[in-house]
Every structure is written in structure tokens, then in C-alpha cells.
Ligand binder design. Sequence first.
Ligand code: ADP
Ligand code: ADP
Length: 229
Amino acid sequence: RPSIVFDNVVFGYEKDRGILHGLSFEVPAGRNYAIVGPSGAGKSTIARLLFRFYDPVSGRILIDGQDIRAVTQASLRKVIGIVPQDSVLFNETIGYNIAYGRDDADAATVEAAARGAALMGLIERLPKGFATEVGERGLKLSGGEKQRVAIARTLVKNPPILLLDEATSALDTRTEQDILATLHRVAENRTTISIAHRLSTIADADRILVMQDGRLAEQGSHADLLRAD
Ligand code: ADP
Ligand code: ADP
């Protein structure tokens, strides 16, 4: 359960246009922090920097106290599990979709992965033949079912850090609340960052970081932020 630190991070995609202007925050090990803020504030950029799709112009990003510039992208993908807003599934069985990304994805692994997801409560029913070609196919699932499969795909790799980037934003509120309840359980022993724009999404967060124009505008508990208004 690693901690995550952004230490005065400066970053821009293009030379003359800064996106993060000295961003600093810390997510302690095992906690669930939410990052909110208007579209374009730089929230998803945080996710991209954590995976080293880009490196900061200055400042440091530490995971478990280690500067991630010393860590390969492949290693970061093992440590950080991400669930994006629009997960793309293969037109394959649920089991295949869940086990995808594991190096050892033979039939037994696929079955174990699907069972693991069922145990986590992410998949309510195990479709007949889920581990074979004739199983239920990814493309036929509803939006909520797709996100559950995507979450299961991330969780079977058992990442100590969970990065939810608008993971439930495309769903209706009832489906969202359903999935959030499950996520709350599985996030319990992980370090979690939930990027979201709907406040209902982050009701379970230990602390909320509010971003604006590439900076931290304020942070606090739900109660702190309500008091500030
Ligand atoms: P948020 O997730 O808060 O909506 P983003 O981190 O996605 O914001 O984007 C922050 C800013 O960076 C936006 O102004 C966006 O247009 C810009 N941006 C995002 N990706 C790129 C890119 N690949 N190249 C140039 N600008 C980008
Ligand atoms: P997977 O095996 O689950 O596809 P990968 O290890 O290939 O995962 O990639 C890590 C994650 O990074 C992927 O789940 C993918 O959704 C996410 N990702 C890819 N591009 C971006 C991006 N531009 N910003 C944020 N996340 C991204």
C-alpha cells in the first residue's frame, strides 16, 4: 500500500502552455482521496503523469517514497490499476475480458479471473460457458456491466494503487451508486485516487482535493469543504 506524492509538479503538453503550475499533494498509504474540479483543470493529466506517459518539467512524483523517474512504465502498470470512463472490451467472453492483460491467460486463468470477479461482487452471475467462445460477449453488455468487467479486469491484477478516472461518470446514478458500493469495498486496502466531477461519486472519499487551472484550489474533508462555502 504505497503513498503517492506530487511535489511541486510543473507540466505542460506544449512548450508555451503550462497545465500544472506547481501541483503538490499527498495521498497517504491506504487512503481514498478524490480529485475534483472543472473540465480542463488537469485532473486526467495527473493520471498520465503517474503512468509516465509524460514526465514533469520540474518537481517530483513519488510512489512509496521513490521518484517514479527511476521506475519503468511496465512496473508502474503493475503497481497502479486504472479504470477509465470508457473502457473498451473485446468482443470476447467476459472471462477473456477480465483475464486480458495477465501474462498467463490460459483457460484456467480465465476461469479463475471470472470467479474472482464474482467473489468480489463485480459480476453477479457467471454466464454459462463464460470461459469459452460461446460465453456472453463483451459487446452485448450494458454500460454498467461493461464497467464492472473493466473494474474486475483491473482488480484481478491486485494493484496496490487504484486510479479511478471518471470510472462511473458515464453511468446513470442508480448504476453508479451500485458500482460505487462495490468499489468502496474493494478499495478498502488500497491507495485510491478517484477523479470525478459529480459530488455523489466521491461520498466515500477520505479527503477531497479541489483542482482549478492546474493548481490545488483547496482540500479537506466533506465537512471542511461544506464549511468553506
Ligand atoms: P481534466 O481531466 O481536468 O478535464 P485534463 O488533464 O484532461 O483536464 O486536461 C488539462 C488541459 O490539458 C486541458 O486544457 C486540455 O485541453 C489539455 N490537454 C490534455 N491532453 C493534451 C494533449 N495530449 N496535448 C495538448 N493539450 C492537452
Ligand atoms: P490494460 O492491460 O488494463 O489495458 P495497460 O497496462 O495496457 O492496461 O495500460 C494501463 C492503463 O492506462 C490502461 O488501462 C489504459 O486505459 C490507461 N490509459 C491509456 N492511455 C491513457 C491516457 N492517455 N490517460 C490515462 N490513462 C490511459
